[in-house]
Design a protein around this ligand. Structure first.
Ligand SMILES: [Zn+2]
Length: 248
């Protein structure tokens, strides 16, 4: 795993070490230990040291709608909007997405000080939400690909993510230049959502050394994470969160 596990008074969470080297952001990925759907906003606020009232969480619909968060926004109202990606350049706002196997993708422009997070299940990944996040950062905030850091967080891995043959074919057709995104084993097809998202941002000019893949599978590590597949459905969610600190 390319992420570090932290334990704060019985609350387990994960961070990218690479992201922790930046002093102007804070971020985390929750676990099933110490967290539940009810206490997430309070705990996020406490650990990230940002106000609970400044948390934005969209109505996720497995699409590629990306919402830009401004300081004048009513965060409660924003949270009613359908979308799967969030970006801001305003400090003290917690951008968050919910997950239970789907891929959390974190973005940081190290120079312009812009952060983002996206939710990519197979649909969002197929529609290239990661590439669209990079496009938006460039278009709206003047980000340059070379300055952007991307983190691909815990989610269902290629070890466990069996898909139908048809879906495998669709990915091959859509991304003919992407190799190693599908694996065949015992006549079954497995899709590597981590690799697709990795290649999508690389394709947009993000440097290989600036892409961190956690390689943590939620299904393999169901003792630490919730996994919709492994648990045959769960209402509990894992949350990916990122924000700019006040000093940004
Ligand atoms: Zn696995």
């Amino acid at each position: 795993m390319e992420i570090i596990e932290k334990n704060r008074r019985g609350i387990l969470y994960y961070q990218f070490e690479r992201f922790n080297e930046l002093n102007f952001i804070d971020h985390l990925f929750t676990s099933r230990i110490g967290w539940n759907n009810g206490n997430i906003p309070d705990k996020l606020s406490e650990i990230l040291n940002m106000p609970k009232s400044n948390q934005v969480n969209l109505k996720q619909v497995h699409g590629t709608n990306i919402i830009l968060v401004d300081s004048n926004d009513d965060f409660k109202e924003l949270s009613k909007i359908e979308g799967d990606g969030l970006i801001t350049n305003i400090p003290n706002i917690i951008l968050s997405t919910n997950h239970a196997d789907c891929v959390p993708i974190y973005f940081v422009d190290q120079i312009k000080k812009v952060v983002g997070v996206a939710h990519g299940g197979w649909r969002g990944t197929y529609e290239n939400i990661s590439g669209k996040m990079i496009d938006k950062m460039k278009e709206v905030y003047g980000s340059e690909s070379g300055d952007i850091l991307v983190g691909i967080g815990p989610s269902i891995g290629p070890c466990c993510y069996e898909v139908g043959k048809d879906l495998g074919e669709q990915f091959k057709e859509r991304y003919p230049r992407f190799s190693n995104i599908l694996m065949e084993k015992d006549d079954k097809t497995f899709l590597d959502l981590w690799e697709v998202n990795y290649l999508q941002v690389k394709d947009r000019g993000v440097r290989e050394e600036n892409i961190v893949v956690s390689k943590a599978c939620t299904s393999c590590n169901v003792d630490k994470f919730h996994s919709y597949r492994r648990e045959k459905g769960t209402k509990e969610r894992l949350v990916a969160a990122i924000g700019l600190k006040n000093n940004a």
